[in-house]
Design a protein around this ligand. Sequence first.
Ligand code: COA
Length: 142
Amino acid sequence: MTLAVRRARPADLPVCADIYIVTVSVTFPGEPATAAAFAESIVGEEQWVAILDGDIIGYISVYWPTNFIHSLYIHPEFQSRGAGRALLAEVRKLAEGDMELKTDKANVRAFTFYRRLGWRAVGEGMAASGPWWRLRWTGGRP
Ligand SMILES: CC(C)(COP(=O)(O)OP(=O)(O)OC[C@H]1O[C@@H](n2cnc3c(N)ncnc32)[C@H](O)[C@@H]1OP(=O)(O)O)[C@@H](O)C(=O)NCCC(=O)NCCS
């Protein structure tokens, strides 16, 4: 099993859209899981992909003006194999300064995952979809 991470190319985006659709459907059943929602979610952002044995299995999307990780989605069949951690480590290497992201409070698995990797809650809020945490990673090498 070989896991690699690289910057996304335009030709990768349809695969990322498919990953978005299946992962959102499974993780956030009330949210729109469509190609249009994917396209809207990455505007102005940079994506990196995780590749397992030659196939893209997940991606991360970063809004660099504020070092904000907007999306991190690993296909449900390929979670818990280190891909999420590898994508986070890659973008943290590139970041100058702190990084932030938001995660739904109901998404306990994601919250536990980020906490283990050194992210800390620095804020919270409420959206139509429910309450969320703002998490921050404050430097140091991953
Ligand atoms: C949350 C999410 C991004 C984490 O990514 P992931 O690839 O599943 O996570 P990783 O594999 O990097 O690390 C998670 C676990 O795998 C373990 N792991 C890491 N490498 C491994 C390997 N080679 N083999 C087996 N397990 C491994 C880690 O120790 C960790 O343990 P845990 O399962 O007890 O938490 C992913 O599960 C996901 O996309 N979830 C749905 C969407 C979502 O919630 N996104 C975040 C929104 S804020």
